[in-house]
Design a protein around this ligand. Structure first.
Ligand code: DC
Length: 220
């Protein structure tokens, strides 16, 4: 069974998708990490990101694999280095590129086929897995998402300004919603979960209940 979770940055998708996968005994795929890893690799390699052909040629030659739920790039596990503000700032070059998106969606389909997966991103229910049996769209207001991010950064002792986080997030929302392919979009058959007033545990419990009902309906 494939469960897709899409939604804007800061809606808690990764944490929730991972916990949901653990609870269900499913595998977990963080597709944002794939876009981040390629952006980081291109930056590190001195690729001119604004040159679409150069970027495309570079990214299509980078090998990505998933091993026990961890993303590997060029035979090494990918770590926290892909989660920097510099990567977030430049990720649109990779995410807007149609050829690179096709490469990544093909990989996602290869990995997920014939397995039980929770896959999260922006286009999982719309483009990557339009026939997935269970689709969710996780969201919260921009203010809630920015407050959550501020709290995370403060917990890591990283001094941050709420207004700057909110502005960067609105900018990413705008880009995510307006790219020509794979844009952030709720699939018509996705269930929307508005998480502003919910804890992570409450969201996971609600999603797990829905998946379990569909799972039972499938095997009965
Ligand atoms: O989930 P995240 O914030 O780590 O994702 C980073 C960026 O990657 C996001 O701003 C847009 C892009 N992305 C995408 O275009 N399609 C996906 N399926 C996942 C992420």
């Amino acid at each position: 069974m494939i469960v897709t979770i899409d939604g804007p940055a800061g809606a808690g998708k990764s944490t929730i998708a991972k916990r949901l996968a653990d609870e269900l005994g499913f595998e977990f795929l963080d597709t944002g990490a794939m876009y981040r890893a390629l952006t980081w690799h291109a930056q590190k390699s001195g690729v001119r990101l604004a040159n679409a052909q150069e970027l495309e040629a570079h990214c299509l030659a980078v090998s990505l694999q998933i091993r026990s739920g961890t993303l590997w790039m060029e035979q090494a596990p990918v770590g926290p280095e892909i989660r920097t503000p510099e990567v977030s700032r430049d990720i649109h070059f990779v995410a807007d590129n149609v050829q690179i998106r096709r490469y990544l969606v093909d990989l996602q389909r290869q990995w997920v086929c014939n397995a039980n997966f929770v896959s999260e991103g922006r286009d999982q229910g719309t483009v990557a897995f339009p026939t997935a049996e269970c689709k969710f769209f996780l969201t919260a207001t921009p203010e809630t998402r920015a407050r959550r991010r501020l709290r995370q950064l403060q917990q890591q002792n990283l001094p941050s300004v709420y207004e700057e986080i909110l502005a960067a997030q609105l900018d990413r929302d705008r880009r995510d919603q307006s790219r020509p392919q794979g844009r952030l979009l709720k699939a018509a058959d996705a269930i929307t979960i508005q998480t502003d007033e919910m804890s992570i545990a409450q969201v996971v419990a609600q999603l797990a209940k829905i998946v379990q009902v569909r799972w039972l309906a499938r095997i009965c």
